[in-house]
Design a protein around this ligand. Structure first.
Ligand code: FE2
Length: 492
């Protein structure tokens, strides 16, 4: 794929101070727009047609109340659609019940990740035993496609379906989750297109439950269940062709404290390093668990990939020394420009015969929000990881590509620019794992707005950038959906 010449810089209108601060990425965006054609510099590959759909926190104040943590912000959907070499854009708040209640009552009504609206004990008990009525559905973490349904997700068991063209919320729950906590990082079964995920069922006898949802189903089916006394906070899990991989970090919660403490959700978790890091494999076919893998303490949000390697299972994670990264992401700290702990690409090798665990750092430098060539490599041996690295100011300032075979690392960065998760899109009929593009929403602090950056995934050279009509608060995750091109006019 030929690399186009670097497009001209977008004119600056902001102060020099803004150049060095990513704080605009934590400012509320109220404006909802439909832009039929964004200013474009460079040239898009002819084969690239479809929509990058993303969700993320966008509203951090409700009335006089403020959200406390980056993960708390009310969700907004964003759509960058590439069609015939042009880029259109739309954004819209997710009409979750969390959002509707906040808008109608002018206050934070549902408890979020680290913000609690001081509910009564009755309400908190209701949350545990009747989650369908009391849990938030502020799906600001990830979007996924299940058959023809598009779904925004967070860590409560309340996925929100939406229209990928208009971004309107569908008003139906696409499927039921067998527990009170889940992840926004499901995996997809290569053969059937079914979604695989885990949930924590909380109660007097708590358990982890892996479950699957078929592409057109509204019910879930439990694959395997593991009893647990104090569930760990787990943001994602791994998948090989044979195993589901559960990595329990020693950041755990007594389920009763979620009800009785009166503290926000995440502030009930406790760091217990004496537990170590425990890994369990669950057979995808039988649901049978293989337990007893133990290694040094660490914490992670994101599994990168996993695969079977003879008598070993390889599990790659972006690891931190402990759960302090959660503290780093409180909004007061972020807006004060305090640095964020870097994550390291770490490989664990699990020996099936002797339950041994070896651990190896795969590359120097930091990497978070990892992406792979998922369609080709998920659950299989692979070579490349793309993600974000920390810049000199300690905040995400880089798009990186890591070669897991030799630790080689390539970097894209530009002064004053703060890129988000780079989503890999494979070129049709590609022969090589890294033949495709990366799509990343970048905050250009100097311009006071964001842009869609398109890089050649092989060498990180810039192909094109399209300027969005406003800043887009830093978001977490998104997916590229081929062939989703608006066919109707938006009615806003
Ligand atoms: Fe995530």
């Amino acid at each position: 794929m030929p690399a186009a010449a670097a497009p001209p810089a977008i004119p600056s209108t902001a102060s020099t101070a803004a150049l060095t601060k990513p704080t605009l990425g934590f400012a509320t965006l109220e404006r909802e727009v439909v832009a039929h054609e964004l200013p474009l510099a460079g040239e898009l590959p002819r084969w690239l047609n479809g929509s990058l759909l993303r969700t993320g926190p966008a509203k951090f104040e409700v009335g006089e109340q403020r959200m406390r943590h980056w993960f708390d912000g009310l969700a907004m959907l964003h759509r960058f659609t590439i069609d015939g070499g042009r880029v259109s854009y739309g954004n819209r708040f997710l009409e979750s019940r969390s959002y509707r209640a906040a808008r109608e009552q002018g206050r934070i009504v549902y408890g979020e990740f680290a913000t609690d609206p001081c509910r009564s004990l009755f309400k908190r008990v209701q949350t545990l035993f009747s989650p369908g009525n009391a849990l938030p559905d502020n799906a600001n973490v990830n979007v996924t496609r299940l058959g023809e349904r598009f779904i925004a997700m967070t860590e409560t068991p309340l996925p929100v379906q939406f229209d990928p063209e208009t971004l309107q919320t569908a008003g139906v729950r696409p499927y039921k989750v067998p527990g009170q906590l889940s992840t926004a990082h499901p995996h997809m079964d290569r053969g059937t297109g079914a979604m695989l995920n885990y949930a924590a069922k909380l109660g007097p006898r708590s358990s982890y439950r892996f479950f699957r949802v078929d592409p057109h189903a509204s019910e879930s089916r439990v694959i395997g269940s593991l009893p647990v006394r104090e569930p760990a906070y787990m943001h994602s899990f791994g998948l090989t062709e044979r195993w589901l991989v559960l990595v329990e970090f020693p950041y755990v919660v007594n389920p009763l404290s979620l009800v009785l403490s009166g503290r926000p959700f995440i502030e009930n978790y406790r760091w217990k390093p004496e537990l170590g890091t425990r890994i369990t494999l669950v057979d995808r076919a039988t649901g049978k668990a293989v337990e007893g893998f133990q290694t040094d303490v660490c914490f992670a949000f994101h599994h990168v990939n996993a695969y079977d390697d003879g008598g070993e299972v390889v599990v790659d994670l972006c690891t931190y020394p402990d759960a302090g990264i959660i503290e780093d992401l409180y909004l007061d700290r972020l807006r004060a420009g305090k640095p964020v702990t870097p994550a390291t690409l770490t490989r664990f090798r699990l020996g099936l015969a002797d339950r041994s665990v070896s651990r190896e750092q795969l590359a120097d430098g930091s990497i978070e929000l990892p992406r792979i060539n998922y369609g080709r490599c998920n659950g299989r041996p692979y070579r490349y990881v793309w993600g974000n690295g920390n810049g000199a100011d300690g905040w995400i300032g880089e798009i990186v590509k890591v070669d897991t075979t030799d630790g080689g690392r390539q970097v894209w960065s530009q002064p004053g620019c703060y890129p988000g998760e780079p989503v890999f899109v494979a070129r049709p009929q590609a022969e090589h794992e890294d033949d495709g593009v990366l799509l990343s929403v970048v905050l250009d602090a100097a311009a006071g707005s964001s842009l869609l950056l398109v890089l050649d995934a092989a060498d990180l050279s810039e192909l094109a950038r399209a300027q969005a009509p406003h800043h887009i608060p830093f978001s977490f995750h998104g997916q590229f959906a081929s062939r989703i091109v608006p066919t109707t006019q938006d009615n806003r």
